[in-house]
Design a protein around this ligand. Structure first.
Ligand code: NDP
Length: 255
């Protein structure tokens, strides 16, 4: 008999920020595990072409571009799904941005934009998803934190504050919804090869630092998050609540 523990057949997954990078790899992995996936991003053409490419590979994928940091945009996206009788069983709060600047050079607006896109977004999208999951007493929420969920580093203050917040928001959501059949957990990626890190990858000094400090001695590949994502999205994790799984080549163990 096939092992169905990790199967996502019959489930619908919304992955925010999945037009590229880690979100796209996660969405593809969830689709390959059987889920019907909804891709999101803020750039409509990029989001639509990502969904089209996945659909051309025979995977069940559609695009739903909206701004995760804007309450009206999030509410309207969920109303649109309601109108099409789309029920989100799995939510991956992945969309995020990075900004590298010393604290004394940061404007309040820059601070707010990073917090809104990386942290408030998980509250807004999580709230709308949970309103619909709670009556069904079933659902999985996977928040994408970071290595920075557990430590602060120079020049990324609002990002670190947001990702630390993601870890505790995950615990708060898990505490509130566990008894209602909704499991909320997080993944903490280390240094991964995506557009977000291109400047760091191109910087020989930083590139070498990652390769020296990570016990795995290399950068991570986006598809290396799929195992943790499928586990946390599937019934294999039905008694796992409020945890963060670091997928970071061992970096969080030594930094
Ligand atoms: P990328 O920059 O490669 O991709 C970011 C994604 O988020 C894109 O799909 C982008 O959409 C989307 N996005 C950004 N802002 C919004 C918004 N306001 N509304 C909707 N979508 C938005 O980033 P990564 O794939 O590297 O990062 C994904 C997540 O993983 C982030 O939360 C990041 O903080 C986290 N992370 C990344 C690590 C890494 O090493 N790369 C390490 C640890 C955590 P669009 O294409 O339209 O711009």
């Amino acid at each position: 008999m096939p092992n169905t523990l990790f199967s996502l057949e019959g489930r619908t997954a919304l992955v925010t920020g999945s037009s590229r990078g880690l979100g796209r790899a996660i969405a593809k992995g969830l689709a390959e595990a059987g889920a019907s996936v909804i891709l999101n991003g803020i750039d409509k053409p990029r989001c639509e072409s990502a969904a089209l490419e996945m659909a051309e590979e025979g995977l069940a994928a559609r695009a739903l571009p909206f701004d995760v940091a804007d309450e009206a945009s999030v509410v309207s996206a969920f109303r649109q799904m309601d109108g099409q009788s789309i029920e989100v069983d799995i939510l991956v709060n992945n969309a995020g941005i990075q900004l590298r600047k010393p604290i004394v050079e940061l404007s309040a607006q820059e601070w707010q934009t990073v917090i809104d896109t990386n942290l408030t977004s998980a509250f807004l999208v999580g709230r709308e998803a949970a309103k619909r999951m709670l009556p069904r007493r079933r659902g999985k929420v996977v928040n994408i934190g970071s290595l920075m969920s557990g430590l602060g580093r120079a020049t990324v203050a609002p990002y670190t504050a947001a990702k630390g917040g993601i870890k505790l928001l995950t615990q708060a959501m898990a505490a509130e919804w566990a008894a209602e059949g909704i499991q909320v957990n997080a993944i903490g990626p280390g240094y991964m090869i995506t557009d977000m890190n291109q400047a760091l990858i191109d910087n020989p000094q930083f590139n070498d630092w990652v390769k020296t400090r990570a016990p795995a001695r290399r950068w991570g590949k986006p598809e290396e998050l799929v195992g943790a994502a499928v586990f946390l999205a599937s019934s294999a994790s039905d008694y796992v609540n409020g945890q963060i799984i670091y997928v970071d080549g061992g970096m969080s163990a030594v930094l």
